[in-house]
Design a protein around this ligand. Sequence first.
Ligand code: FES
Length: 175
Amino acid sequence: MAEKTTNEKSAEKVSRRGFLSWAVLAWIGFTAAIGGCVAALNRFLFPNVLYEPPTTFRVGLAEDFSPGVVDERFKESNGVWIVNSNGRLYALIAICTHLGCPPNWLEAQNKFKCPCHGSGYYKDGINFEGPTPRPLERARIFIDPDDGQLVVDKAQKYQWELGQWEDPESFVEVS
Ligand code: FES
């Protein structure tokens, strides 16, 4: 059998090299496709959902809330302040009625102040400064007859301008 010439040998090397690079490219493409499928499957199995705290929750017994105090324990977790003022307990919703920022309770100034555009509210939620057109809203609050605990239900809201703050479920009478 005739021996291969140098040219034939180098042509063979080139085509083997060409095949290898195609194989590597194909393998990379295949791996990328599998990776994409796995990512899509993960997205499907674990979708990006926002955690929403429950709208109904317990806040404790009425005697846990001292007269004249704005209780901030439930602002971060549930978005309400529990206020004990003038013989009534109510749940003020911590959303500014201007454009929806969360206001802060300023104990020293005895008012709620919104950091976004400066709206201010008295302890009872009535607005008195800044651009907001109306008071804060209140959530339904009632005593569970089974265990005497206060329950707040944010799904039911009460607005001062609609005369709803006199609704018996917008506050709990305390002595
Ligand atoms: S959002 Fe509160 S003042 Fe504008």
